[in-house]
Ligand binder design. Structure first.
Ligand code: FO1
Length: 301
């Protein structure tokens, strides 16, 4: 089965890792780059790196970003020089950002350097940025107005949101569009729809291409709470309803053919599977991935 997954950071990356194992590495992942930023002059792609590190089995699972066992000596040295230290880059993680920054400066496209980094890490899945062009997500906050994504999430600790501004006219990566067109099944991971998945959906042609494919999504809301991050607080502000799995399904507005939710979180509108949707242990990733693929096979018929 030709499977394409759309992913943001932690939750999406965990499901992608399970899918990759379930499919013996035959998986294409299209990753949000709306949260990319520049820090100390370096090109940082947090969601791409979280997906690559998780697939390579070297990510810090507890923190959800960066490399397991990394140290922060350079970070402390930068702090001592008076450089901004609100965004932590680990010593080994820096090698990724240095390699990417140098490659982009030489004119290498983001998908090419991502493929090189993935291969060097031993990743077998095809990891694609959603675009080779910058596509920064801005978060409109009640208190501070428009903020770049990482300044909103990390520097300001996710203050109240009144909108999300996505760039227009940024081209989707052609290989991502082709992968969707060739997919037997598209999986949307348990990522934040507003700031992780909608930046991908907003690229010209992507929503249309997805509407022609079976799409199985996994709810990032469990029992009315977000598995991680500020999603639960964003739903009432951005969709005007209480946080629930149904609110996520409705947000995807007809795009999703079948939905995986936590037991007890019933939804209406599409076929669903109620299961243990929170991936705590590595076995959960493979089990959930298989359940997603089984559900996908059923909605394809
Ligand atoms: N998240 C934090 O909460 N604090 C950090 O200092 C931080 C640094 C960081 C560095 C590299 C990277 O790839 C991710 C990093 N993240 C950090 C995570 C990131 O802000 C978000 O989790 C994603 O952008 C949302 O998917």
């Amino acid at each position: 089965m030709n499977v394409v997954a759309l992913s943001g950071g932690v939750g999406g990356a965990r499901l992608v890792e399970g899918l990759c194992r379930a499919l013996d590495g035959k998986l294409t992942v299209i990753v949000n780059t709306g949260d990319d930023c520049r820090h100390w002059g370096l090109a940082i792609c947090p969601d791409l790196d979280t997906v690559m590190y998780t697939l390579a089995g070297v990510g810090d699972a507890a923190r959800g970003w960066g490399l397991r066992g990394d140290t922060f000596t350079a970070h402390e040295a930068m702090r001592a020089f008076g450089e901004p230290a609100w965004f932590s880059l680990g010593d080994r993680d820096l090698a990724t950002h240095l390699t990417r920054t140098a490659a982009l400066a030489r004119g290498e496209p983001l998908d090419a350097v991502t493929a090189r980094l993935s291969a060097a890490l031993g990743v077998t899945a095809r990891v694609l940025p959603m675009s080779n062009e910058p596509a920064p997500t801005l978060v409109d906050t009640t208190e501070h107005g428009l903020l770049p994504f990482q300044e909103w999430l990390v520097l300001r600790r996710a203050p109240e949101v009144r909108g999300v501004v996505l760039p227009s006219g940024v081209a989707a990566l052609p290989a991502a569009r082709q992968a969707i067109d060739a997919a037997d099944l598209v999986v949307i991971g348990p990522s934040n729809p507003y700031v992780s998945i909608e930046p991908i959906l907003a690229l010209p042609g992507v929503r249309d291409a997805l509407s022609r494919r079976p799409v199985v999504a996994v709810s990032p809301i469990v029992g009315g709470a977000a598995v991680k991050g500020p999603l639960a607080e964003m739903i009432p502000r951005l969709s005007g309803v209480a946080p629930s799995a149904q609110a996520i399904l409705d947000r995807y507005d007809g795009l999703v053919s079948a939905f995986v939710v936590e037991r007890g979180d019933e939804i209406r509108g599409v076929p669903s599977l109620a299961t243990d949707a929170v991936m705590r242990a590595p076995e959960d990733r493979l089990r959930l991935a298989r359940e997603v693929l089984d559900l996908g096979a059923r909605v394809r018929r």
